[in-house]
Design a protein around this ligand. Structure first.
Ligand code: ARG
Ligand code: ZN
Length: 880
């Protein structure tokens, strides 16, 4: 299948990277703001890099050129060419000043890239999003991350309509102008790439706090939002302060401007953006209050605030040479956020959450037609590469490096990295060299991880020699071919391991004549290798890949009893959970009809014992009681029938619920529900998490009782966690009480778009065939719009990506519905259309009936004229 418009788009290749011929020392921007038309005057001081004279070529898209001059002289049209997203200028020399004036149309910009309007024409505000290539939608510029310039930005606007004017950098004066207009200037003392430019203008309120950095700088921290939600920014402000202190303590990194602004918008393509000195957030990741945010959302706000703040050093002070190096900032910053969140909350719960996310989003990406290395070697549309692979797998790679160097060694390496590359644009090689040089270790073998797509499978096999008291572990690795990469090389896989005896006691390790404590790390860097353990008294049960020490799929032929032993005895929360997950997989695979298999029995017995003994934390218990999700089960099958997987997973959970028993579940629910504290402390959160799981399990056994409890919980809930849990149980089961609860939720949150998104999503996720009819009715709801990304995700994303049994109908109607919506959305916002289209990833592994109809729907979409580069690339890749 070829795309009609495919040949026109040539890929950009890592291999073709060249240093820029022209760079920019300083840029002065005067932005005359208006909702319909904004005029931007730019003065660039140019630096010519090479010796050869190369014509000056600047990026610019959708700009109306109003005026142009070079070194003070207006340019005759014969001395420049403005065509196809490029401005070419003759006669520029080293040190020349190019001045351009352009006009853009913010209100007409539905792509939410460049300068756009958030909210209504009457009350909304203007803002920018430049990463990756949005700056070229604002002015002519060499719009690439290796061009670092000093920015002076002056905003001019009507004071009544735009009372607040913000740009990155330090404030450098304000003043009045004629006719009720005013101006504000900002100077950024740090050279930065264009993707970190930002401005915001409109009617906004703020809350603020004074902060003194560890090295003594007084900083104003300011959170901005529209007036009606400013009360919900306090948690984020606290989280920001915690992030700043943590980065000072952990990495010795201080903030480096006099102000730090953070702005919330309801109209945003991504989670948030780390613009220098002026972070901009999707409101979903900034606003939090007990009445409208769940516990998970509170944690997400803390994590995203931290992530964007940490970018100030990993991303902004040290940026990326080119977009192929995106994981240099993203993988590293995700890792730093994960460390931070683990420190702030529970390390093992955080690890469980992150590994689940990796398996749900990154493993399927790595196993299908969209597979790409953490450092891709080519792309057509860079916005399509803000992926789980670049972010989440990228973070796992940094985690392996950090593990290899140890805490102090990693810190030493990071210090060298910052010292060498501060104020410049770096590569993955630079990162590996800095870490390696600081520790006298060659880390270049890890480059293979960055260059090679696909999840390695690690096969392990143990052999016990009782006579010699010797245990030999054979570890071999294999990575399947991915598109464009038929041959794979071995990568270094750190395998953290322990051995247990048959009574569940951890054994001392003796490897190569050395005592190694009770836990060791073996690095598997060849296709296959052996590890020999001496002085092993009995045949052990190995606990492998502890703490998920490498992003691989482990294959070890555990018996149900061995996994149950680890589930019961492993001291580490993460490994305990992991053993439970593997045991649940065995149980799932063994289920046929009602007969209880060994695996199912082992899983249910072990969990029931843990449930009854009150020996572990409530939150961990809730996670243990949750088997892998439908997507993870699908990922392990060669012919996927999502309806069957859903039914079988329900069946598996019903076995567990039965084994624990309705009376025990009910008693535990009542005990948990007797605590009414809405506090965010770990214990209260844990109780709510377990209460939810218990209610869900009870619903599988005794629906009437569970629904009555859910209805009551809905009524009496003081916080969103309990309220949404109850609503979810009622809606998913299509309980008689669901309609009233939905109507109430709708009324209650009519003016709260983020809460209303949950109302949409919970319905779009009702499993099974009826979901499509529900989704169609949601679409005609007056509050539905494709123009708002959060709302589009709440319906299209919830249905297509988070509801496999609803989306994958055998009649293909789910696919046809989605492709229609994607075509419509593509005309408004190509980035979001492309993102949602990834729901089709994996269609080749569907069972034949669904495969056929999915293929037809995709083929039809691919043939349409005028698809964006974003959507065209995803559909083209998915179809190959
Ligand atoms: N750098 C941002 C973050 O990770 C993401 C921005 C991505 N934007 C985009 N248009 N792809 O925090
Ligand atoms: Zn980021």
């Amino acid at each position: 299948m070829t795309l009609v418009n495919e040949p026109a788009i040539t890929p950009i290749r890592l291999h073709d990277y060249r240093r820029p011929a022209w760079t920019v020392d300083t840029i002065e921007l005067d932005v005359d703001l208006g909702i319909d038309a904004t005029d931007i005057t730019s003065r660039l001081t140019l630096r010519h890099g090479g010796t050869q004279t190369t014509p000056l070529r600047l990026d610019g898209e959708g700009l109306e050129l109003l005026a142009i001059s070079l070194d003070g002289h207006p340019l005759d049209p014969s001395h420049y060419r403005h065509e196809d997203n490029v401005l070419e200028v003759d006669g520029a020399r080293d040190g020349s000043v190019l001045e351009t004036r352009v006009r853009v149309k913010p209100a007409a910009n539905t792509t939410l890239e460049g300068l756009y309007l958030s909210g209504s024409r009457e009350t909304g505000f203007l803002l920018t999003q430049c990463e990756a290539e949005g700056f070229r939608h604002i002015t002519f510029f060499p719009d690439r991350p290796d061009v670092l310039a000093r920015y002076t930005v002056t905003l001019l606007a009507d004071r009544a309509r735009f009372p607040v004017l913000l740009a990155g950098g330090n404030p450098d004066g304000t003043g009045e102008l004629a006719e009720g207009r005013h101006w504000a200037r900002f100077v950024d003392t740090h050279p930065k790439p264009s993707y970190l430019f930002a401005l915001v203008a409109g009617r906004l309120e703020n809350i603020q706090r004074d902060y003194i950095t560890a090295n003594g700088r007084a900083v104003k921290l300011v959170m901005w939002s529209e007036a009606n939600v400013i009360d919900r920014c306090h948690y984020a402000l606290d989280a920001l302060e915690r992030s700043m202190r943590w980065d000072e303590r952990t990495y010795g990194r201080n903030y480096d401007l006099d102000v730090f602004h953070v702005v919330a918008t309801h109209d945003f393509n991504m989670g948030a953006m780390e613009n220098k000195g002026l972070n901009i957030f999707n409101a979903k990741y900034l606003l939090a209050d007990p009445d409208s945010s769940t516990d998970e959302e509170y944690r997400a706000v803390e994590a995203v605030v931290a992530h964007e703040y940490f970018h100030n050093w990993t991303g902004n002070r040290v940026t990326c040479r080119d977009w192929f190096q995106l994981s240099l900032k993203e993988g590293l910053t995700v890792f730093r956020e994960q460390q931070f969140s683990a420190d702030m909350n529970s390390p093992s719960l955080k690890r469980i959450e992150d590994v689940s996310l990796l398996r749900r989003t990154q493993f399927p990406e790595d196993a299908g037609p969209l597979a790409h290395p953490v450092r891709p070697s080519e792309y057509r549309e860079i916005n399509n590469f803000y992926t789980a692979t670049v972010y989440e797998k990228g973070s796992e790679l940094v985690r392996m490096l950090a593990g290899r160097l140890g805490q102090e060694g990693f810190r030493r390496g990071m210090d060298v990295y910052f010292e060498r590359h501060d104020g410049s644009a770096a590569t993955i090689e630079d990162f590996l060299s800095a870490l390696g040089d600081a520790n006298g270790i060659d880390l270049m073998p890890y480059l293979a991880w960055y260059a090679q797509a696909g999840t390695p499978h690690l096969h392990a096999q143990g052999e016990y020699d009782a006579a010699r008291r010797q245990y030999t572990l054979t570890l071999s690795q294999h990575t399947r071919a991915t598109p464009g990469q038929p041959e794979k090389v071995p990568v270094p896989i750190p395998v953290k391991l322990s051995l247990f005896d048959r009574d569940g006691r951890v054994l001392p390790l003796h490897i190569n004549g050395h005592a190694a404590g009770t836990e060791a790390v073996v690095v598997v860097d060849m296709a296959s290798q052996h590890v020999v353990f001496h002085d092993v008294a009995t045949e052990p049960v190995p606990s492998l890949l502890r703490d998920f020490s490498a992003p691989v799929v482990l294959e070890y032929d555990y018996s149900p009893a061995e996994l149950a032993l680890l589930l019961t005895n492993d001291a580490d929360g993460f490994n305990r959970w992991e053993a439970g997950q593997q045991l649940a997989v065995l149980a799932f695979d063994s289920l046929h009809g009602n007969a209880e298999t060994d695996a199912c029995k082992a899983w249910c017995d072990a969990l029931t014992a843990l449930f009854e003994h009150h020996a572990i934390d409530d939150a961990l218990l809730a996670d243990l009681l949750t088997p892998p999700g439908e997507i993870e089960f699908a990922d392990r099958q060669s012919e996927v029938d999502p309806a069957k997987i859903h039914a079988q997973r329900q069946e598996l959970q019903r076995h567990l619920a039965k084994r624990i028993g309705a009376p025990a579940l009910l008693a535990r629910y009542r005990a948990l529900a007797s605590h009414t504290s809405q506090s965010l402390d770990a214990e209260s959160q844990a109780r709510r998490r377990l209460k939810r799981r218990v209610l869900e399990l009870l619903a599988l056994l005794d629906a009437d009782t569970a629904h009555a409890l859910a209805a009551q919980q809905y009524e009496s809930a003081v916080g969103m966690t309990d309220r949404l849990t109850a609503l979810g149980v009622l809606v998913r089961d299509r309980a008689p009480q669901a309609a009233a609860a939905l109507a109430d939720f709708r009324r209650r949150y009519a003016d709260n778009p983020l809460a209303l998104d949950k109302w949409f999503a919970v319905q779009a996720q009702v499993p099974g065939e009826p979901a499509l009819a529900t989704v169609k009715s949601l679409e005609s709801d007056p509050a539905f719009t494709l123009k708002n990304p959060n709302r589009a995700r709440a319906v299209l994303g919830a249905f297509a990506s988070n509801n496999p049994s609803g989306f994958h109908r055998a009649d293909g109607e789910g696919y046809r519905w989605l492709t229609e919506r994607l075509a419509e959305l593509d005309a408004l916002n190509p980035q979001i259309a492309a993102r949602l289209a990834t729901a089709f990833n994996g269609w080749q592994r569907l069972e034949p009936v669904r495969r056929e109809v999915a293929h037809a729907a995709l083929g039809e979409l691919a043939q349409r004229q005028g698809l964006s580069r974003n959507l065209g690339e995803i559909i083209g890749n998915v179809l190959q």
